[in-house]
Each structure stands twice: as C-alpha cells, then as structure tokens.
Design a protein around this ligand. Structure first.
Ligand code: AMP
Length: 350
C-alpha cells in the first residue's frame, strides 16, 4: 500500500523523488486495477512538416466517453458536481501526495493517456473555471523542475509538461480544479514551443510595444501565444512573480481575443462565444490556445494535448476522419485560424 506523503514547503517539494514515487504508485495501482491504462490499439505518426502528430486509436475511449457523458448529465447542480467528484475522496491507491502545502493533492490519473500521467488537484472543491493562482503556478513549475531535473527514468526520457483545460470548449471533463502532467507525445522530438523560444530571452509583453508580443509558430494553422520563461530565478518570490506576470499577460491576450471575436458580426462568429482556452507549460515556456469547440465534427475530442500533437481516436471511423481532414484543419476548427489577428487597437490593458 502507498505511504502517506506530506509536503509542507517548496524546498521539500524540490527534494522529493516525485518521479520514483509516481512510478511506484502507478505500477501498484495498475496491478490493483485502480489505474486503468489501455495501450493504444494502433498508433500512427502524421508528419506534414509543421507539426508532427501522434494519432492513437484507443477502442476503450468509447466507453470512457459514454461514462463521462452519463456523469455530466447527472451534474446539473453544484451539489451533484460534488457528489460525483472523483478528486474529493479519491481511491487511496491513486494518491501520491496526500497533503501538498495543505491545499493540494497529487493523484494518479485513473484513465491515463500514457504511463505516469498524474494530476495536481485542490484538496477541497474549487471550480475548474478559475484562474491559476501565483502559488499554483509556482507549484506547477517546481513539479516540472523536480521531475525533469531527474530524468533518470527511461519512461519519462523526453520529460513532462503540464496542461490546464479551462472553459466549455477546452475539452475538460471534471469540474474540480486540476492541472495535468504527462510525458510529451513524441519521444524523439522536443515539443514545438521549445524551438519557438530557443535563443529568446524572457520578456513581459507590453501593449505599447509591438516587438513585445507573445511568440508563435507561423506555419501552424491555429491561433496560439507563447512566452519564454526566465532561465533562472533569484528566489522563490521572484519565480512566483514572473510566472504570474507571464500567465496574466497570456490570459489578457485570451480576453482581448474573445472580446474582439464576439464584437465581430460576421456569419462565422455570430453568437457570443464563452471564454475557453488550453494552457500548457514546461520550464522553458508557457503557451495559451483560444478554443471554440471541444470536439471536431462532434466526434473527435480535442484538449490541450492535441495542440502539442497528440490526438486520440475512439475507432476506425474517427481515425479515417483525422486522416481525411488533416490535423491542421482539426486544430484550426477546434481553436481559431492563426490568421485571425485584430492588431493591438482597442485592446484592454485589464
Ligand atoms: P479533463 O478531462 O481535462 O477535465 O481531465 C480530467 C482527468 O481526470 C481525465 O484525464 C480523467 O482521465 C481523469 N479522471 C477521471 N476520473 C478520475 C478518477 N476517479 N480518479 C483520477 N482521475 C480521474
């Protein structure tokens, strides 16, 4: 059985061998049937030059989607959200850290997309549709630094990243606040934002200066904003401040983007779209992707991992759809076209 782990300070978090702990718990929980990890029935690599994508076909996804659908039908009221909340009283086999700074837990994902897929969740119920706080950002960063700094585990060779799905079109399924950690989809290559920030210094966007706009990869089809993070921080205090500034600047981009989209009256965007985004980060960058649809053609669910090149198809039909329509079209339709640029005029500084 797993030991009870308590972490009180960031120093303790950085010194903990989190990776070994996660791996040990993952093996034990899988053997006990508490983690249900289904390897892909088939994997296809799609490489069109701009974004290498791994398409996994996982037949058991049909059942998982049906269960999630049934659960969300029951969750019409806040009290029901809490009744069906899987993170409030999780199976003990899934708990990696019971008490993190008194407010959080680290849990294994019960239905992992890859080995050692884990979650940072709030101890008490907090709505997913809230912003990441400065201390949450520091906590995410320190978890990444901890695991990626120790890459002694073959399974995590390429390192891990964090992601946060926020808003109705972001592809999230659980309303209890959670951030996920997973290894990169493709073992061999670095994720594209690492190349985008290569050789770039940390900066904070300033609405008055165009050359401080967030970065992007121009040959991709979907709108996204990337900021490079500092190579080192002088103190935990500085880390918290700079991570928060970066996150807030990216979030301001999202607010302005939706403000302008919703002000447009053309046929494509006639109804007001609720704010939805995927947030992703590692120790080198943060990226935010505005979203308008959680599913492509009502069948292929897309969340943050799609925007780093991992798509999960539930059957042959969905696989054929991906191959026919193409990754660029899917990511653009679920997000927004990269060409949509409203300039800086009328941007709120919030
Ligand atoms: P999202 O779909 O982005 O809201 O992420 C929620 C994650 O929680 C999914 O990846 C699920 O696999 C995972 N999950 C669902 N039920 C449980 C559970 N009982 N314990 C741990 N993780 C779960």
């Amino acid at each position: 059985m797993s030991d009870i782990v308590t972490v009180k300070t960031h120093e303790e978090l950085l010194n903990l061998d989190l990776q070994s702990l996660i791996r040990k718990n993952f093996i034990e929980a899988t053997e006990a049937g508490k983690v249900i990890y289904t390897k892909a029935n088939d994997t296809i690599i799609i490489d069109k030059g701009n974004l290498t994508c791994e398409l996994k076909i996982i037949n058991s996804l049909v059942k998982k989607e049906e269960d999630t659908e049934k659960q969300s039908q029951k969750i019409d009221k806040l009290e029901n959200v809490q009744k069906f909340d899987p993170f409030l009283n999780p199976d003990k086999e899934l708990v990696v850290v019971d008490d993190l700074f008194s407010n959080y837990k680290i849990l294994l994902n019960k239905f992992p997309v890859s080995e050692n897929h884990f979650l940072l969740v709030t101890k008490n119920f907090v709505k997913q549709d809230t912003l990441l706080s400065p201390s949450e950002l520091t906590c995410i960063f320190n978890i990444l630094q901890n695991v990626n700094g120790r890459k002694n585990d073959k399974e995590n060779e390429g390192g891990i990243f964090a992601f946060f799905n926020n808003g109705p079109a972001s592809g999230f399924s659980q309303q209890h606040k959670h951030v996920q950690f997973m290894k990169y989809p493709l073992k061999e290559s670095k994720p594209f934002p690492d190349y985008v920030v290569e050789g770039k210094e940390f900066f904070i966007p300033d609405a008055r200066y165009p050359d401080t706009d967030p970065l992007f990869k121009s040959d991709l089809s979907f709108k996204h904003f990337i900021l490079p993070l500092p190579k080192k921080f002088e103190s935990e205090q500085e880390k918290q401040e700079l991570l928060s500034f970066s996150f807030i600047e990216l979030f301001k981009k999202i607010l302005n983007f939706f403000k302008k989209i919703n002000a447009e009256t053309n046929d494509d965007y006639k109804d007001d779209l609720p704010i939805s985004y995927n947030f992703l980060m590692n120790e080198n960058w943060m990226m935010i992707v505005p979203r308008q649809k959680s599913h492509y053609k009502e069948t292929l669910g897309v969340n943050a991992v799609g925007y780093l090149g991992l798509l999960l198809a539930k059957n042959q039909e969905t696989k054929d759809l991906v191959l026919k329509d193409g990754v660029d079209e899917i990511l653009k339709t679920c997000g927004f076209p990269i060409q949509l640029d409203f300039g800086k005029e009328d941007e709120y500084d919030y």
